[in-house]
Each structure stands twice: as C-alpha cells, then as structure tokens.
Design a protein around this ligand. Structure first.
Ligand code: V47
Length: 417
C-alpha cells in the first residue's frame, strides 16, 4: 500500500473533492475491504441464541443482509435480551470493519458560548454578557488550536453557539487562518444549525454560505444539533432551533457540494422509542439519497445545569442499546461512533462489541458535556486510546477525519491511501 505524505494526500483530496456521492461511498467500501483483509477476526464466534421471538426474526434478516424496518427497530429498542442484541450488532460491525477500531488525534475548539437559541437541553450556551460567556478573538482561537497537546493533531472539531454579533467574515477568517497556520489539519466545522443561522443572519442562502466556507477551508461538518427530529419533542427541548426537516435540508445541501458530514441523535431525555426510530429512519433515507454521512454518533443526554436537570442520567444499558440499534438500522452508514467523552471510556470499550467501530479522538478540551456535568477527562492521549482499544480486544487504527489510516514516525504524519 502506497503511503504518500499528508501534503501529497491533501492535494489529492482537494483535486478530487467528493462532488459525486458515489465516489464518497467508494472510498468507504475500499477501507472496509482493507479492514476485512488486513484485520480478520481472531476471537471465537458464538452462535446466536435468544428466547425473544422478535429477535429471531430479525436475526434471519441480519444474516440475509435485508434492511430492517420500523417495527424491527422498535423491537430492538424494546428487547431485554442485551446479549442477543449485542450479537446482532457485533455481527454487522465485524462484517463491515473486521477487528479494527478507529480513533483519531483531534482537538475541539468552541469559539463562543454566546447563543440566542436558549435550548433547554443545553448547559453550554450563555446569553450575551452573562457570567461565564465568552467569544474567542481570532488570535485566541488560533492560540487555542495550538495549545494543550504535543502530538500533531489531524482534525480540528469546531463548533459554537449562535452568536448574532459575529459576522460571516469571522468564520471565513477563522477557517482560512487555521488553514494557513495548520495546513495539514482537517477542519470539521459548524453544525447544520450554525450554518442555517449564518445564512439567516447574513440574508444568504445555505448553499452560498457553504460555498464561501468551503472556499475558506471547510473540509467537512460534525453531526451536532440534530437532537431528535420529532416535532413534539423538539418543541420541548430546543424550540428555537431549526426543525428536523431544516437540519436534513442543510445536510442535503452540504452533501451535494461534496462536503461530508456526521449525524447525531440526542437520546435519554423525554423522547420515546418511536421518536428514536423516526430519527434513525429519516437519517437513513437521506443517506440513501446523498451518501454524504460518514458516521453516526448517539449522544446521551447530560442533564446537569440544564433546564431539564430533573431528568435522570441515561443508563449503561440504554447507551449500549443505542449503539447496537444504530448499527443495525443505519445499514448505509459506514461508521458508528462510541464517543468516549460522553459514554465514559469504560462503556465505549464495551460498545466496540455492541456495534461501534470508532471511539472518537483525543479531544483535548471539551466544554459542552462538561458544562452539563460530564465527569470524564477533558482529553485522552493517543496512547490512552490505543490502550483502551487493545484492552477491548480490537486492533486500533488511527484514522484521519475521512477514515484514511494515519501512520506516524517521529513528528511526521502520513496518511495511507
Ligand atoms: O450539538 C448539547 C449535544 C452536541 C447536551 O460529529 C448535548 O464527530 C448531551 O455533536 N447533553 C455536540 N448532549 C457534540 C457533537 C459531537 C460530539 C462528538 C463528535 C461529533 C462528530 C459530534 O451535543 C450538540 C448537541 O446536540 N448536546 N447539550 C447535553 N446537555
């Protein structure tokens, strides 16, 4: 396998930006094939067993690689046979990714917490001028990008509140300034919610905003802000945000411009099983159309310091169930991530046998979950992530944002294609 330098690879990516959704899919297929050949499963396989008749029916479909429908998805959420559910999800996960588990070396940058949305689910957003509110100057953002971690990061994950005082030029300068200072680092920036807000504030179309951001250095987009698409739930947890159709519309537009994105779902608050299934099926339908989603990330609700603080925390069972159901229902998503910051490193390890093939990255500094009561570390080192994955019996593969394997020697970083 040839391993060009990151520079060479970067040129290739810019030259061949994935305008054509079928080209995006192609790359994932190649990675999957590589994983199966290079990293075959070595642990013994166990037979599927369940007393739950609904799971037996789903087992037949999973083995035949048939698409699961809404009633299957509900049955998966409602089963108490966690081991059988895990078996099914693990089967699909290993069929797609062999024994590999991905991680990356990234840094989060939350450029402002000033936000006009005032979502009940959120402990991060502040009103302008409120105690604890902040907006980074560009220089502060560049300094933050460079701080706190000694190994070369391959991704900046950039999100913030909906701050009406920031002009579009701020975001363009942020991206181009980061690209100038860190030319090898992939910029995964701005949720669908932020993009819709920039468009409205600047009286521009979503498409024009995306085109300008792309020209300034935007490489892909994170999956946040999707919450739960169901209107009756959204009205209670984030009524000032764009609705589900608008979120999907921005994602569709981004994908049509060759900008990949992730997708999330916030669970464990006031939603029901039907709402979760509805959300997953809507994501799956859009993915059929665009093939632009890379990774699904279920986000467990953290209630502390939010308006919904009276709600209990999610349980480990729901966390693992969510990973497994996502892997089984989202048959067209290449990756399912167990975000260790949110799940805890311990649950993330188990999730690698419940359908997840990725545990996210080093992160370095996390604000959204920590403001809402997370007790996980702010960041982990590359070595910590490798140890977690190996201890789970998987083979760690450092990836870049587009899931190309990364190798390191000394201080240089190489992307394999
Ligand atoms: O957009 C906000 C959610 C998201 C809370 O794309 C909350 O690779 C739980 O999107 N409890 C930010 N969730 C995180 C996110 C993300 C994380 C890691 C990787 C990726 C990716 C995306 O967290 C927000 C919102 O949807 N959120 N408040 C809360 N109290």
């Amino acid at each position: 396998m040839q391993a060009p330098t990151l520079d060479a690879q970067k040129r290739r990516v810019e030259g061949g930006a994935p305008e054509d959704p079928s080209a995006m899919r192609g790359r994932c297929d190649i990675i999957r094939d590589m994983a199966e050949v290079q990293f075959p499963i070595t642990v013994p396989r166990h037979c599927f067993q369940s007393e739950d008749a609904r799971l037996k029916r789903i087992y037949e479909k999973v083995i035949a690689q048939e698409r699961l429908d809404q009633s299957d998805a509900l049955a998966l959420y409602r089963t108490s046979d966690m081991l059988a559910l895990g078996w099914l999800a693990n089967h699909v996960r290993e069929r797609m990714h062999g024994n590999v588990a991905y991680f990356n070396v990234n840094r989060h940058i939350n450029y402002t917490n000033v936000c006009v949305a005032g979502c009940r689910l959120c402990a991060f957003g502040r009103k302008k001028g409120a105690p604890g509110s902040y907006t980074m100057s560009l220089e502060e953002a560049f300094k933050s990008a460079a701080s706190g971690y000694t190994e070369a990061v391959t991704e900046f994950h950039i999100v913030g509140g909906l701050n009406p005082d920031l002009p579009l030029q701020y975001y363009l300068d942020l991206l181009s300034g980061l690209k100038e200072r860190f030319p090898h680092v992939h910029l995964k920036a701005f949720t669908m919610v932020e993009i819709a807000f920039f468009a409205k504030l600047n009286k521009m179309s979503v498409r024009d905003v995306l085109l300008k951001l792309k020209a300034a250095g935007l490489d892909s987009m994170p999956g946040g802000g999707a919450e739960i698409f169901a209107k009756h739930v959204r009205a209670k947890i984030c009524d000032n945000k764009i609705d589900g159709d608008e979120w999907l519309g921005v994602a569709r537009e981004a994908h049509s411009l060759g900008i990949h994105s992730n997708a999330t779902m916030l669970y464990g608050h006031i939603e029901g099983d039907e709402d979760r299934v509805d959300h997953l099926l809507k994501l799956r339908a859009l993915q059929d159309e665009t093939k632009g989603f890379q990774t699904f990330i279920g986000l467990s609700f953290h209630p502390e310091h939010t308006v919904l603080r009276h709600l209990p925390w999610t349980t480990g069972v729901l966390d693992l169930k969510q990973i497994a159901v996502a892997r089984l229902v989202l048959d067209n998503f290449p990756h399912v991530k167990a975000y260790w910051q949110m799940l805890t490193p311990k649950i993330a390890q188990i999730a690698l046998r419940f359908g997840a093939d990725d545990i996210d990255g080093t992160v370095v500094e996390e604000k959204i979950y920590h403001d809402a009561g997370a007790t996980t570390p702010q960041g982990l080192t590359r070595q910590d992530l490798i140890r977690l994955i190996e201890a789970a019996g998987r083979i760690p593969v450092e990836r870049d944002t587009l899931y190309r394997p990364v190798t390191r020697s000394g201080s240089s970083v190489t992307v394999c294609v």
